[in-house]
Every structure is written in structure tokens, then in C-alpha cells.
Design a protein around this ligand. Structure first.
Ligand code: NAD
Ligand code: 2YH
Length: 274
């Protein structure tokens, strides 16, 4: 399980603003409009409590502060509880919170105390980064092709989104057992592959991809042979899977930010319907 570090979050505020602008250029929608459209929900003055959690590896420097920045940047009302853990939960509820954000080492959730809707960070992150690629204009319906690298808890929900949009998906994972599970349509959260829409990526086949999704904890996962000039890489993976050299050589546009985009997606997942 990859845990965020304070260093990962060092430039988070700038990255969130820059990525919001890039997503707007790519899709025509700002990140909050995009999330509202994905989940068909809207914010309505909800009060969002962020509870620091000491369990496991403990408090991560800049984690709660980055969540508060995200909440406030998108015009919502939020606060970090003074207390941690259960005392923080009590403080959040008695202070009138509508939604709670909290994370331990295994899960980061948003919970709507009124509607009891709950959202999981890995699922919502995979969904929003995949939606960004799906909503970019594609000139020709036949060109709905995407390469997905990393088929874990973030990559797998992204597959469902690409299938919903009718994409043909080439997949790769360093774990051959996981790769076979996904291509075979069985195993943890595997979308059924009855239509043969998911196939193994073959680096020797010479396929280039305009759209690439990456969700691994490794560097240099995106091979040069899959790139074409102006490819778009949508990647929640930390660190970035594409080297600076290849990014510049192929003029790749990269959507990547360590926490805020996924958090915004979680919040819209638990807001009330429009
Ligand atoms: P996971 O462990 O569930 O899945 C990672 C997958 O990547 C695994 O299937 C693994 O076999 C595969 N993998 C590892 N090294 C690889 C390589 N060199 N080439 C190809 N595949 C490789 O992890 P996850 O929860 O899906 O998270 C994936 C990444 O996304 C992590 O870096 C995590 O920190 C990050 N993440 C970022 C955000 C965000 O908001 N940016 C949110 C959640 C997770
Ligand atoms: O980063 C994490 C885990 N990888 C779970 C998230 C799933 N992508 N947890 C953050 C822990 C935060 C800490 N408990 C705090 O500061 O409150």
C-alpha cells in the first residue's frame, strides 16, 4: 500500500490549479463542473469536516491541509477538526458537519452524514482521471482507443468508465496474474469482458495511443513505443510514470496531481442529486 508523503504534497496547491486549467482546455469543463456532470450532483453549502487520523502510520504532514485547500478552492465550506480520530468524529458531528473526509493507511473516504452516501478515494480517483480522457473530443468514433497501465484499485474502476464510453482498451500490469484476470474478466472488481473490449498491450505491435491512463506506484512505466506527438496522459500514479525526456520529446500533456482531483471526485460522489 503506497502512502502519500509530505513531499508528494509539497506543490499540491499549484498542481491543482494548473490541472484545473489543463482539464478545462482538454474537456471544456472545469474540474468541479466535470465532477457535477459525472455524478449528476451539485454542492449546496455543505459543511465539510476533515478529521486527522493517527491510526497505523499516523498523521501525514500537509494531508489535512491539502484537503482543506481543495474544499475551499472549489468554493466549499470546510474545517479541520482540532481533535483526531474518534474525538475528531464527535467534534465534526457536534459542530454541524454534513460531510466527513478521513483516511487511515488503507482507505480514504468521504461520508455524507445526512444521506449516508459514502465514496472511496481509489474508485473515485480512477473514475475522474478516466472521465477526463473520455470527455476529450475524439474526431472519429472508431478511434476510441486507450492504453491503461496499472490494474490495481485505481486502474480497475477506470476500466469500467472506458467500457461505458465504448472504448477498446489495451492493458498492461507488471503482475501477470492480475493482467490475465482482467483480460479474462474474472477476479477482484474485474469488469466483465464479454465483448472482447479489453486486450493485452503488445509493445511489439507498433500501436500508438493518443490517450493513456496510468495508475501504478512506479516510475518509467509508459514506454516510448506507445507515444505519439501530443499524446495525453491522465495519471494519478505517484511518481509520474513518464520521464521528463519522453514528455518533452513527444509534447505529452499530463494530467497529474497527488490528492485534490480525487478528493473533489469523492465529494461530488456524496453530494445530493441535482
Ligand atoms: P495498487 O497497488 O492497488 O495497484 C497498482 C498496480 O500497479 C498493481 O496492479 C501493480 O501490479 C501495478 N504495477 C506496479 N508496478 C508496475 C510497473 N512497473 N508497470 C506496470 N504495472 C505496475 O495501487 P492503487 O491504489 O491502484 O494506486 C496506484 C497509484 O495511484 C499509487 O501510486 C497511488 O499512490 C496512486 N494514487 C493516487 C491518487 C491521486 O489522487 N493522485 C489517489 C489514489 C492513489
Ligand atoms: O494515503 C493514504 C492511503 N494510501 C489511503 C488512501 C488511498 N489512496 N492514507 C492517508 C492517511 C492520512 C493520515 N491518516 C492523516 O494525516 O490523517
Amino acid at each position: 500500500m503506497a502512502l502519500l508523503t509530505p513531499d508528494d504534497l509539497q506543490n499540491m496547491t499549484d498542481a491543482l490549479v494548473e490541472n484545473d486549467n489543463l482539464v478545462c482546455t482538454l474537456t471544456g469543463l472545469s474540474l468541479d463542473r466535470l465532477c457535477a456532470d459525472i455524478y449528476k450532483t451539485e454542492k449546496k453549502n455543505e459543511k465539510i469536516a476533515i478529521i486527522p487520523v493517527t491510526a497505523g502510520c499516523g498523521i501525514i504532514g500537509r494531508f489535512s491541509e491539502s484537503l482543506l485547500f481543495t474544499v475551499q478552492h472549489f468554493g466549499m465550506d470546510g474545517f479541520i477538526t482540532k481533535n483526531t480520530d474518534i474525538a475528531g468524529f464527535y467534534e465534526a458531528v457536534t459542530s454541524g458537519a454534513d460531510i466527513i473526509l478521513m483516511a487511515d493507511d488503507l482507505a480514504f473516504v468521504a461520508y455524507n452524514l445526512k444521506s449516508q452516501k459514502i465514496a472511496h478515494n481509489q474508485i473515485c480517483t480512477g473514475r475522474v482521471y478516466a472521465e477526463i480522457l473520455c470527455r476529450m473530443p475524439t474526431p472519429d468514433a472508431a478511434a476510441k482507443e486507450v492504453l491503461v497501465i496499472g490494474l490495481g484499485k485505481v486502474g480497475t474502476p477506470a476500466l469500467e468508465t472506458f467500457l461505458d464510453y465504448g472504448y477498446s482498451i489495451s492493458v498492461f500490469d507488471a503482475d501477470s496474474r492480475r493482467l490475465n484476470e482482467v483480460v479474462g474478466g474474472s477476479g477482484y472488481r474485474c469488469p466483465p469482458n464479454s465483448s472482447g473490449k479489453i486486450k493485452k498491450y503488445d509493445p511489439n505491435a507498433g500501436c500508438k495511443f493518443d490517450k493513456i491512463f496510468e495508475a501504478t506506484p512506479a516510475a518509467d512505466t509508459v514506454p516510448e513505443c506507445c507515444l505519439t506527438n501530443g499524446s495525453v496522459l491522465s495519471t494519478p500514479g505517484i511518481p509520474c510514470g513518464l520521464s521528463k525526456t519522453l514528455q518533452e520529446k513527444y509534447n505529452v500533456k499530463i494530467v497529474q496531481e497527488p490528492l485534490g482531483i480525487g478528493t473533489l471526485s469523492m465529494l461530488y460522489a456524496v453530494f445530493d442529486k441535482k
